[in-house]
Design a binder for this molecule. Sequence first.
Ligand code: OAD
Length: 242
Amino acid sequence: MSLAQVREWVGAARRLAVLTGAGMSAESGVPTFRDAQTGLWAKFRPEELATENAFRANTAHVWDWYAMRREKLKGVAPNAGHRALAEFALRHPGRLTLITQNVDGLHQRAGSPDVLALHGNIAQDKWLDAPRRCCTAQPPVDGRPPRCAVCGNLRRPAVVWFGEMLPVDVLEAAEAAAQACDLMLVVGTSGVVYPAAGLARTAAAHGRMVVVNPEPSDLDDAAHVVLRGTAAGLLPQLLAHT
Ligand code: OAD
């Protein structure tokens, strides 16, 4: 089983789904989450940063962590893998469903239409508590984070934290795509966070599932083929000829 085989499956697939994780953006210079030395959580445990409790307990610290990531994203650009996916989708309208765990917006910036962003978008904020009329009556006052001048409600990143529900409509669309696709490419994810990883297992049960990752992942056991390589290296080879 090889690259040529998977390329053939891509060519034959009437419905293709792609599930991406942090490794998708590694070659753009965005650190992954779980790389022990350089990952985004190298110095912290996820539960210390990416939860509502963490935000309420260490508000400025967590806000600053997101601010640092937002700042870094200004200096990066989509890579050849993001571009190959966007170009495929534009060449084959309606054939590809792109599902991402990434909040970096790089698929969207590459031109991919209708991206199913399971974990939200780091570029956006929302209210921490249900907004009252005062919250929306005037712009929030600056701070780390900005807050409502009247009731003190805080702004927070519009991403999904541990323990939170994924957006229902996005998850439903992703589950439908995982069930309906002939082939799912699973690119750059460790496969340890659910329900996202479950989508790959669903796809493997209904059709074919291929892992694209330079390192072992938790989804290798369910894959029909594992391609050991990078997103920017392999996706153009898999997609550009169809
Ligand atoms: P991880 O950091 O857990 O995994 C990144 C994966 O990318 C690893 O399996 C790497 O081997 C692989 N990888 C590294 N470089 C690559 C490259 N150039 N090409 C392809 N693959 C490469 O990131 P995720 O699996 O995305 O959620 O993590 C899942 C979720 O955990 C994230 O969306 C985040 C976190 O909780 C939230 O923040 C809600």
